[in-house]
Design a protein around this ligand. Structure first.
Ligand code: UD1
Ligand code: CA
Length: 468
């Protein structure tokens, strides 16, 4: 049996933020979301998250998971945090993985290896460690001399509690542990606060347990702890490199990868090309053959096969196969664009549906609109969907053409096969198959300029300037 307990009650003072540290975002997930994701790959029987600072926010952020939340109302240290789980695991027998909620780059296989070593050796505790080039800030792990293959831990001392000599030790504590629960439960009540921070340190439990073993990670990037914004940025960079090399290995072309960001939550099919300065976020899915960018932001959207998106912003929308978007288009608030459409420059679509082969090529705004198939929305067509109080719907039938600079005042329904004259302002429904003209007639007043304007002076009437 395996239980997982994630420490997430701290404020994260060094972040200088109102948001609890573990909810800061990293590549489309919270720090805690990353840790939880990694832990869940082990399919633990019990999943506990220890919450305290901003606990309502933390609970809400993880509401869709099946978790036991344990309150640590006062943050008296990592040891105190783990003491809080004792009543929740009274009946539990097995191993408990204790994970810091601020170590988000941990890989599942590292956790599996830790658990395996722990179980194979019958350890009381197994600690994930690393030999760090710059160990500053981390707790130092001290081991018995001798057998290098299995490192016996004697004690862990926090950076601030180390003597200068102890500080030379480069083996650090990652904040990822595996404990035999019966042993941990036995020693947790023995913790004292005799340290620089006057806190109950989880790391002190190793003094009362045996055998305790250290396992060095191979990739020290995995155990980067996030305590401040610089470490958050460093982690983001590492995660981006991981994500992007993963997609390239899976058959996605990235042009100038350094200028591209891709959230951990994005899915991309092979033979997609992502051009420079493009950002793919949230639950975005890009189907094969599509070319996204340069200069585009696609968020929580589904892009079909062979779609082209250039210099555009697409959020919460669906774009079907063979459609081209942009340059400079903005799709937001649940737009669905059909197959083979063209959405061109300076077009904004909001909460609208376009049928297959419909074009909105230039300078238009369609809001709360349902347009049929093969509609041609002329340049400068605008739906006046908002009367200052409510939003109203516009419906445009199949094969209808709106003339340039038409205004469709919603609520309005325009039939199929309609031609709307340029410059029309439509306020009433239009039946199928007709031409509709709704604009003032042109008035020409002949000779107006001659009869009303004073005559310009003749050249001979202009005075020469006085010589100076
Ligand atoms: C901790 C370890 C240190 C290790 C480092 C790795 C201790 C005493 N030290 O230090 O050896 O090198 O992690 O990243 O454990 N938390 C609570 N309740 C509390 C205090 C903290 O839930 O009362 C949570 C925090 O939200 C965080 C985690 O525990 O997710 C670690 O706390 P933090 O204060 O960042 O510990 P470090 O000083 O980094
Ligand atoms: Ca930390």
């Amino acid at each position: 049996m395996v239980a997982v307990a994630i420490l997430a009650a701290g404020k994260g003072t060094r972040m200088k933020s109102r948001l609890p540290k573990v909810l800061h975002e990293l590549g489309g997930r919270s720090l805690l979301g990353h840790v939880l994701n990694c832990a869940l790959t082990l399919q633990p029987q019990r999943q506990l998250v220890i919450v305290g600072y901003g606990s309502d926010q933390v609970r809400a952020a993880l509401a869709h998971h099946d978790l036991t939340f344990v309150d640590q109302t006062e943050q008296l240290g990592t040891g105190h945090a783990v003491q809080q789980i004792i009543p929740h695991l009274q009946d539990f027998e097995g191993d408990v993985l204790v994970l810091n909620g601020d170590v988000p780059l941990l890989r599942p296989h590292t956790l599996e290896a830790l658990l395996k070593t722990h179980q194979d050796h019958g350890n009381a505790a197994t600690i994930l460690t690393a030999q760090m080039a710059e160990p500053k800030g981390y707790g130092r792990v001290f081991c018995e001399e001798g057998d290098r293959a299995s490192l016996r831990v004697t004690q862990i001392i926090e950076d601030r509690d180390c003597t200068p000599e102890q500080r030379q030790n480069r083996r650090i504590n990652a904040g990822i542990y595996c404990f035999r629960w019966s042993e941990l439960a036995r020693v947790l009540p023995q913790l004292q606060t005799d340290n620089d921070q006057q806190e109950y340190y989880l790391t002190d439990v190793v003094k009362f347990m045996s055998p305790v073993m250290a396992v060095d990670v191979t990739d020290e990037q995995e155990i980067l702890g996030i305590n401040d914004r610089l470490q958050l940025a460093t982690a983001a960079e590492i995660l981006q490199t991981r994500i992007k090399s993963g997609w390239m290995a899976a058959g996605v072309t990235l042009i100038d990868p350094h200028s591209i960001t891709i959230d951990d939550t994005v899915q991309i099919e092979p033979d997609v090309i992502i051009e420079p300065q493009t950002h793919l976020r949230g639950k975005t899915v890009i189907a094969t053959g599509s070319r996204i960018g340069p200069g585009s932001l696609v968020e929580n959207s589904q892009i079909g096969e062979n779609v082209t998106v250039r210099y555009s912003v697409i959020t919460d929308s669906v774009v079907q196969a063979k459609t081209t978007i942009g340059p400079y288009a903005h799709l937001r608030g649940h737009v669905a664009v059909g197959q083979g459409c063209r959405v061109g420059n300076f077009v904004e679509l909001k909460n609208s549906t376009l049928g297959d082969r419909t074009n909105v090529a230039h300078l238009s705004y369609l809001g709360d609109t349902i347009a049929g198939t093969q509609v041609n929305v002329g340049a400068g067509t605008i739906t006046a969907n908002y009367d200052g109080v409510k939003k109203h719907k516009t419906v445009i039938g199949d094969r209808t053409k709106t003339g340039s600079n038409s205004v469709l005042v919603a609520p309005i329904t325009i039939g199929s096969d309609v031609n709307i004259a340029a410059g029309s302002t439509l306020t009433e429904d239009v039946p199928d198959q007709c031409l509709v003209i709704a604009r003032a007639r042109q008035v020409v007043k002949p000779g107006w300029r001659l009869s009303t304007q004073p005559k310009p002076p003749e050249a001979s009437e202009l005075k020469e300037p006085e010589p100076q």
